[in-house]
Write a protein that binds this ligand. Sequence first.
Ligand SMILES: [Fe+2]
Length: 270
Amino acid sequence: MIDLHNHLLPGLDDGPADTAGSLEMARAAVAAGITTMACTPHVAAKYPNRASTIHPAVAALRRDLDVAQIALEIVAGAEISTDVIDALDDEELRLLSLNGSGWLLVEAPFAGWPLRLPKLVSELEIRGFRVVIAHPERAEAIQHNPDRLRDLVGRGALVQSNGSSFLGDHGRRVTQTAQLLLGNGLIHVLASDAHSATWRPPGVGDAKVVAARALGVWPEDLDWMVNEGPRLILDGGVVRPPRLVPPSGGAVPRPAARVERDRRPAGPRA
Ligand SMILES: [Fe+2]
């Protein structure tokens, strides 16, 4: 399996602080069946990473993985905040795209929703880039109005959901939103968004099984989201997500309109 979104690189953001933590995380990923990870540190006001910090970190970790004999392919990428994306020129964006493919992983903000996001997707396409929206199920605006995503997907964006959202790690509201989006064909990739070997750990296999159960399909029916789909994205190929048709013939029950708020005290974490 391929993990398209994680914070594996050491010392760049809220991922592992040092190489030992990254190697521990890499071992956990391999044990969970991951063969390739696109390293996607935050590129945001709080974590002002650029290709100049990310690419050397990938090269160094690749050597460390080799020495430690951990069979994990890693490629460069970034999780780009909408707050800083305007400041990045084409050359920088190309270097920050997933494996240099031109696909940009753009973080969905937890609070608020940039109304210019659809226009941004179109403008980036004109500049030669395409967009994967990261974990929108965690965005309050999408929880209130999931249809906001349709405009982005209609403009060619893909949607990546966190496996942890299906496993209930972010509360019931996030899980219900993820299930709703999946049932309406608005999720194309499952990834871990892992930050350590234990905090939202690497691996998406369990989430795939739980997500498939919620949708009423077999886990293998979601393989595209963790194998072929991410591979096509990393290779810059033509990406045509398959249409998932649950046994019910396509009718996926909507969760009740009124959903309980996540009562857990912890606020959203990046
Ligand atoms: Fe992330």
